[in-house]
Design a protein around this ligand. Structure first.
Ligand SMILES: [Ca+2]
Ligand SMILES: [Ca+2]
Ligand SMILES: [Ca+2]
Length: 191
């Protein structure tokens, strides 16, 4: 993931000498990393997460701030960032519909490369697994408190029980910690 974002950062100044990117630039940059997939939806969600003031552009400052959260932030900061990414309409709740949109975007981005861990899961099953773990009070939406609480719980669980299995690993490592290493091994596997 670090390598990826450093690459991304090194691409940034050439792609946008003005220091500001719009969504299309974001897509072009991501397409270089996932040439076999359709990155447009995921790039859209990421763009919105980086565009913290929601003015339709990501300044170099926005970008560096997001990046430093992802690379050097505390767990809490990273989880906040991830929550903000998944909460598409930014109303403070992650709904199943939002999570499904994100999952589909990730599947699209992976393109022909099969994500080794989830190849037998549909995005919908993935979302159900996510909600089973995250929606603590079972009201159908995940709040930031539920998100943080269950992410931390499961990552402790993960460390304790090494055999927790690919589903937990996928859901928790992939979703909570934004650890894209798995995605990149899938990508490598493709080349
Ligand atoms: Ca902005
Ligand atoms: Ca929402
Ligand atoms: Ca809930």
């Amino acid at each position: 993931m670090e390598v990826f974002h450093f690459k991304f950062a090194s691409v940034f100044p050439q792609e946008c000498p003005s220091g500001i990117v719009n969504e299309d630039t974001f897509k072009e940059i991501y397409a270089q990393f996932f040439p076999q997939g359709d990155v447009s939806n995921y790039a859209h969600f990421l763009f919105n997460a980086f565009d913290t003031d929601h003015n339709g552009s990501v300044s170099f400052e926005d970008f560096v701030m997001g990046l430093s959260t992802l690379l050097r932030g505390t767990i809490q900061e990273k989880l906040n960032w991830a929550f903000n990414l998944y909460d598409i309409n930014k109303d403070g709740y992650i709904t199943k519909e939002e999570m499904l949109d994100i999952m589909k975007a990730i599947y699209d981005m992976m393109g022909k490369c099969t994500y080794p861990i989830v190849r037998e899961d549909t995005p919908k099953q993935h979302v159900e697994n996510f909600f089973q773990k995250m929606d603590i009070n079972k009201d159908g939406v995940v709040t930031i408190d539920e998100f943080i609480e269950s992410c931390q719980k499961v990552s402790i669980l993960n460390k304790t029980i090494a055999t927790a299995g690919p589903t937990i690993k996928t859901t928790v490592t992939g979703v909570c910690e934004l650890d894209t290493e798995d995605w990149f091994s899938a990508h490598d596997h493709c080349r």
